[in-house]
Design a binder for this molecule. Sequence first.
Ligand SMILES: *[C@@H]1O[C@H](CO)[C@@H](O)[C@H](O)[C@H]1NC(C)=O
Ligand SMILES: *[C@@H]1O[C@H](CO)[C@@H](O)[C@H](O)[C@H]1NC(C)=O
Length: 476
Amino acid sequence: MKRLSATALLASYLGLASTLDFHVPESLPTNASPRLSVAPVGVSIEFFAFPGYVTNVPATKTCLQNLKDLTGTWPPLRIGGTTQDRATYDASSTEAVTYNVADPKDAPETLTFGPKLISLASEYGGRVTLGLNRRLNNLANTIAAAKLAKNSIPNLHAVELGNEPNFFSKNDPIAQGAAWSPAADYKSQVAWQDNVCGNLSTDALISAGVYFGTAPMSINGLTATEGDANRYVKQYCSHNYPQSKGTADLPKLMGHSSIATQIAPFKAEIAAAKSKNRPHVFGETNSATQGGGGISQTYGAALWILDYTMQSLVLGTEAFYFHQGTIGNCAYCWWGKYSMGAPYYGAYFATLALAGADNIAPLDDQTTPYAAYVIYKAGRPAKVLLYNSDYYVTGVRSQQSFRLTGLSASTVTAKRLTAPSSTSRVDRGANPSIAGQTFENGSCVIKGQSQDEIVTVVAGIATFTVEASEALLVYL
Ligand SMILES: *[C@@H]1O[C@H](CO)[C@@H](O)[C@H](O)[C@H]1NC(C)=O
Ligand SMILES: *[C@@H]1O[C@H](CO)[C@@H](O)[C@H](O)[C@H]1NC(C)=O
C-alpha cells in the first residue's frame, strides 16, 4: 500500500506543526523495561467455566494458538477467579465441575471439582497457574488439590491460595468470626504457604497476594511479613480492572495519559515483589468489572489492552492474564462460541509487537495522547510501536504524524491496527483489522492476506501517519 508514504510526503511538504519527532536510540536507553518474558500476554479463565472453554468453545484453542504462532510459546494460562473460592475439591467426582445455576448466564454460588479439571489443565501446552480455595478455610482440601496439580500438570507454574482476599469478610469461614484485615490476611497467606508447600515438599510454587488493586491490602504489606516463607512464593500477583460498570468511560480507558495515571500505584507493588527477588504479574485483569457498562466489548478496549500492556511492561511487570468469564455472558471476553470480541485484536497486536522482543522503551513521556515505543531484540531496535489514543466516533477522523529519526534501513514495513471507530463492536458488524486481516467468528481463524505498508526512509528519517484510535507497528 502506498497510502502511508503519500501522506507522509504531504505532511512534510506542508510542514505540519503537529508532527511529533522521535529519535530511535540504537542501543537500550536507561528507561527501557527489564528483560521481557517470551509471552507476556496471557489469559485467565474463570474457574468454573474453564472445562467449558476447553471442551465446548472451538475458538479457545485457535485464539490461543494464533498467539503461540507469533511467539513460539503458548500464552500463559491462569484458571481461577471468584468461583475458585467457592469450589471444593472432590477426589471421587468423575466430573470436571459440578454445580447448579438458575440461569446459564449465572456463575455458581457453590461448586465442586474433580480430578478431571486438573487433567484438562494438564493438557495445556503453556504455563498454568491454578487458583485454589482459601476462603472456605478447608486447608486439607486445598492441599489435596494442590498435590494432584503438582503431580499431574507438567507445566504447572504457580498455585494461588485464595482470590482477591481483600473482599473476604468476617462472615467467611477463613476469618473464623474475627474481623478480616490486611494483617489477618498476611498472616493467613503465610501460614497457608507454609502448610501447602510443606506438605508438597516444594519451594517457589505460590502466586501470592492476588489482591484487587493496591489498598488496603498490598503486595508491599504482604512482602513485609513473608519472612522465610518468601521461598514458597513464585510470584506476587495483582488484579486490575481500571473501571467498573458504573463509571464506564471509554476515552479514559484507552487514553495514553490516563492509562499511565491508572497504573502508577502498581509501581510500588512491582518494586515490593522485586525487593523479594520475585516477579510481579497482573494475574487477573480486564477493562471493567460487572460487564463493563457497554465499553468492554469495543475496539477502544482493544486499544487499552495494547497500551496498558506496553506501559506496564515498562514499569517492570512480567505477565498479564486477561480474564475470560462466563461463556455467553462476558462483555470483555476475547472470543465466544459464536462471535469474536474486538479486544482480541488488541491482544493479538500486542503479542505481534512483543514477539521475539527482549526489552521495550518508551520514546514519549505519557503526557500527550500519542505514544511511541521502541522494541529491542538483543539490544538493537527491531520495531517501533506508534499509538494515537484520540477517541473517534464520527465525523472527520484526525491524524497524528510521527517522524522517526535514526533509522538505518532504506525502507521499512508496517502493520496497522484499525477499526471504523473507537466504539466498534464485532457483534454489531464493525470489525477491527490488523494489516487488513480479521479473525473469523466462532473459529478464530485468521482471514485475508496481510497487507503491509511500505515506507521509504530518507537519510535515516521516515514519517508515519496514525489516525485517531489507530496503532501502527513498524518493522525496522
Ligand atoms: C500439612 O498440612 C497439615 C494441615 O492439613 C498441617 O497440620 C501440617 O503441619 C502440614 N505439614 C507440613 C510438613 O507442613
Ligand atoms: C461476526 O459476526 C457479526 C454478527 O454477529 C458480523 O456482523 C461480523 O461481520 C462478523 N465478523 C467477521 C469478521 O466475519
